[in-house]
Design a protein around this ligand. Structure first.
Ligand SMILES: [Zn+2]
Length: 351
């Protein structure tokens, strides 16, 4: 491609050539068509990954009643999914509604989601850098409205800044709220180990929303029509901007300190799954919970977790141990493999 440019520039066709030789866009929006043999599966979609991409993120947005996932995912000719296409489509509903993990079978680690599905690659250090042609097929739990797919390929530009909005959804008096600088200091010390800086864009309080006390949380994931999604929409309407919304509510169900609306979450502020929700606490605890839930949103799983239905899921990383010290358990430390995943996130900015 470079040689082509150089040879034709001499002909005075610079403008045409620059257009023709421009690298592929870093965000492409695609629509898909159903596969005639099984309308729950899309025909293959292909995108050329721009050079020097730190990751590929797919965001599939469709029918709020339909679960989405990836039936195939191929980069540079290598396929990462090992299931027959129809088996994955069946597995979406089984994993979500029957086993309750939300993690369908197959070698591709993904969470089935209603309405909006998000996937980050690579999400483990043994996976290759994304280069070449990306080809994938979307699976849906049932035929329905065709989804729109965003393919985001952020540059490998050393981005290390994560903008946040801290939103207290609280009926407390303002002076009773946690000290935002102290909370950020606690969370910032954890992310500093990954070289990531938290940038506080704004601190707001929302009163009288009806969301300050959340008495139940959805399993395995929030749906687009749920209360948490409504809170995320309200947050975006009241506190617009690109910073990730960190909602601090007065109470969550017993045993829960926080919840992330995605793993990874979609990097779109207008999404009903854009944000994390934390239970109010003193700064040290709140800061750790903030780091834990934001790390989920960027793409980290629990080192090991048992679902309410009794399934045990791990993080697929080869340098984490369930020893209680890790951020993705009850501690504060991060492994090199986890740091690598965090730094892939398209939510990180270079300035
Ligand atoms: Zn967690």
């Amino acid at each position: 491609m470079g040689g082509c440019c150089r040879s034709l520039l001499g002909l005075g066709l610079a403008a045409l050539l620059l257009a023709g030789c421009a690298p592929p866009p870093r965000r492409a929006q695609l629509s898909c068509a159903p596969w005639p043999a099984d309308p729950r599966i899309s025909l293959p979609l292909s995108v050329q990954i721009p050079p020097h991409s730190r990751s590929v993120m797919l965001v599939v947005r469709g029918d709020s009643e339909v679960l989405y996932g990836l039936a195939s995912f191929q980069i540079g000719g290598r396929e990462f999914q090992d299931l027959p296409l129809g088996v994955l489509a069946d597995g979406l509903a089984d994993s979500y509604f029957t086993t309750g993990t939300g993690q369908p079978p197959g070698s591709l680690r993904q969470f089935a989601r209603l309405g909006t599905f998000t996937f980050l690659f690579p999400h483990a250090s043994h996976q290759p850098r994304p280069e070449g042609l990306l080809t994938f097929r979307i699976a849906a739990s049932r035929p329905g409205r065709l989804p729109v797919i965003d393919v985001i390929t952020p540059p490998d530009d050393g981005a290390r800044i994560l903008p946040l909005n801290l939103v207290f959804v609280s009926e407390r008096e303002r002076w009773e709220l946690a000290d935002p600088p102290a909370v950020l200091q606690q969370a910032g010390a954890i992310f500093a180990a990954a070289g990531i800086s938290l940038r506080l864009e704004s601190v707001q309080q929302l009163r009288g929303t009806g969301f300050s006390t959340l008495s139940s949380l959805p399993e395995p994931w929030e749906a687009p029509g749920g209360a948490l999604a409504a809170l995320a929409r309200l947050g975006q309407a009241q506190v617009p901007g690109p910073g990730l919304h960190v909602f601090v509510v007065d109470s969550l169900p017993r045993g829960r300190d926080g919840i992330s609306l995605g793993l990874p979450g979609p990097p779109f502020p207008d999404s009903p799954f854009f944000g994390v929700i934390l239970r109010h606490s003193e700064p040290a605890t709140l800061g750790r919970t903030l780091a834990h839930e934001v790390a989920h949103f960027l793409g980290l799983r629990h080192v090991r977790t048992a679902t309410p239905a009794g399934a045990v899921l791990d993080d697929g990383l080869d340098d984490t141990e369930p020893d209680g010290k890790n951020l993705m358990e009850g501690g504060r430390s991060l492994s090199p493999g986890q740091i690598e995943v965090l730094l892939r996130s398209p939510l990180l900015l270079s300035r």
